[in-house]
Design a protein around this ligand. Structure first.
Ligand SMILES: Cc1cc2nc3c(=O)[nH]c(=O)nc-3n(C[C@H](O)[C@H](O)[C@H](O)COP(=O)(O)OP(=O)(O)OC[C@H]3O[C@@H](n4cnc5c(N)ncnc54)[C@H](O)[C@@H]3O)c2cc1C
Length: 213
């Protein structure tokens, strides 16, 4: 079911329009990942979230040979060997920001990744790629997630901006989101994680540009 619109009355959420009809609700949790900016805009809210596409692949299994995760900061190459023996990893390939292009795997990524891996470890040359896929990081200017009610629209709760760390952060973040929905006090500092931090004159930002996912 796709959310196609947000219903409001004054400064409150009253429901959503969806591909299967309207749903009345005083609370909307925007947990739309890379599409969270699109959903915020449906409610007329300007947010700084940007969807950036990242690609990853998995090779056929090899005998165990690699214990650590290998990371090269110059081009974002990273890979590790899973318990099943395959290598799983990615490489930063520039894509236009936004969700418009969807999430197919690109030949450019496959060739760049293969070249990077084989240059570093020539013995990998005959190893086959089993599958490759891509998805979106939902990036924020300061690299931190956005968790909390939007001060501009009551009932509109953000649970987004997880960048390349959403699996890791989910257990902690979802407990806080649930507390917010229930109207309980949150132990997350709003000035660090709340959506209001982007509404001032100065936008908080980070210089950390390499994210591994
Ligand atoms: C290649 C890659 C590797 C990664 N590796 C890691 C990793 O190792 N560790 C880690 O912690 N994180 C990793 N991440 C990041 C992690 O995948 C994300 O942070 C996490 O999936 C975000 O979860 P989410 O539930 O917020 O959003 P998502 O999982 O993206 O879910 C959002 C959902 O909202 C739905 N949606 C969007 N728009 C609408 C709408 N209008 N109406 C209804 N539904 C809508 C989408 O269909 C989707 O199902 C990786 C990401 C990528 C792309």
């Amino acid at each position: 079911m796709e959310v196609t619109g947000v219903e409001t009355a004054g400064d409150r959420v009253t429901g959503v329009r969806t591909s299967e009809g309207p749903v009345a609700s005083p609370i909307l949790v925007n947990a739309a990942g890379g599409w969270s900016g699109d959903v915020s805009r449906l409610a007329g809210l300007t947010v700084p979230n940007v969807a950036t596409r990242h690609e990853i692949l998995a090779t056929e299994p090899l005998k165990p040979f690699l214990d650590p995760m290998v990371v090269r900061t110059s081009d974002g190459l990273y890979f590790s060997q899973t318990v099943h023996g395959g290598l799983v990893g990615g490489l930063t390939v520039a894509h236009p920001p936004g969700t418009a292009a969807g999430v197919p795997s690109s030949p450019r990524f496959l060739t760049s990744m293969a070249r990077a891996l084989v240059t570093l470890l020539p013995r990998l040359a005959p190893i086959g790629v089993l599958r490759a896929w891509s998805g979106f990081y939902d990036d924020t200017p300061d690299g931190l997630p956005v968790v909390g009610e939007d001060p501009r629209l009551r009932g509109f709760v953000h649970a987004n901006g997880f960048g390349g760390h959403g699996f890791m952060l989910a257990p902690a973040a979802t407990r806080r989101v649930a507390a917010t929905v229930l109207g309980e006090p949150s132990d997350l500092p709003a000035e660090q994680f709340g959506p209001g931090r982007f509404l001032g004159a100065a936008t908080p930002s980070t210089t950390e540009r390499l994210q591994l996912g």
